[in-house]
Design a binder for this molecule. Structure first.
Ligand code: CTP
Ligand code: CA
Length: 224
């Protein structure tokens, strides 16, 4: 197997990827989540393995499956789990790609018993989760760090400011303007922005192909 990997562009590289949604508990039977399918992150994992990388795939709850000797899937549930797991592996990787749709807020208090139906309205107090990607940006050394940006307006400006604020090497702007792009879809339309603010816009294509575009861009940047 080692021989087959020899010569592949990511041979000898370790890649960490976050994928999927996170679930933030409200009580023992309920959570706050989102519609992320995990597909983009899993496609990046498969593409990276096909290029010879050893992959750590940290995934929130999804229906995705993968069977590849080079990919280790580590299932997590909450943003805090994802944060802890990402920090456990980050120091040992060469490339980290945050494709997860991490919840921005979680219930401030998690009820230990199922909340009973009572009044006509119910308020939940929410507090911010930890930003996994931003925290990696703060401790980054040699790692090439990639984030995603999901924007509906002022897309380029918002993505550029996320790139700077989180200390990234590359950001993948997900265009929601186009039908067939985004969360549940099998296709995606992305714009890649590197830290020199070089902008590369791609056509709408399958997430499998988008994953290859992202990895090829990373490989070119590492070679440069
Ligand atoms: N991200 C993360 N941890 C969080 C929130 C976001 O690691 N708690 C990562 C995502 O995986 C993505 C990037 O940060 O790679 C941007 O996520 P996005 O939701 O677009 O941006 P936010 O910084 O959360 O800001 P906002 O949702 O307000 O636009
Ligand atoms: Ca967010």
């Amino acid at each position: 197997e080692k021989d087959i990997l020899n010569g592949l562009p990511l041979n000898g590289k370790k890649v960490m990827i976050t994928a999927g949604p996170t679930y933030e508990a409200i009580d023992p039977v309920r959570f706050i989540g989102n519609h992320s399918s995990g597909k983009m992150g899993f496609e990046i994992a498969k593409a990276a393995a096909n290029l010879g990388a050893e992959v750590i795939l940290i995934s929130g709850p999804t229906h995705q499956t993968v069977a590849n000797n080079l990919i280790t899937v580590i299932p997590v549930v909450s943003a805090q789990d994802m944060y802890d797991t990402a920090h456990k592996y980050f120091k040992s990787v060469d490339i980290a790609i945050a494709a997860a749709a991490v919840a921005d807020y979680k219930p401030k208090h998690v009820a230990t018993q199922k909340i009973k139906k009572a009044e006509s309205t119910l308020s939940l107090e929410l507090e911010k989760t930890k930003d996994v990607l931003a925290s990696l940006g703060q401790i980054k050394e040699q790692q090439f760090l990639v984030g995603f940006a999901l924007e509906t307006n002022n897309e380029l400006e918002n993505a550029k400011s996320k790139l700077k604020r989180k200390n990234l090497d590359l950001i993948v702007l997900n265009s929601l303007q186009d039908k067939g792009a985004g969360f549940k879809s099998d296709t995606n339309k992305v714009t890649l922005i590197d830290k020199n603010e070089t902008i590369n816009t791609f056509e709408l294509k399958s997430k499998t192909e988008v994953a290859k575009d992202i990895l090829n861009t990373i490989i070119s940047a590492l070679d440069a």
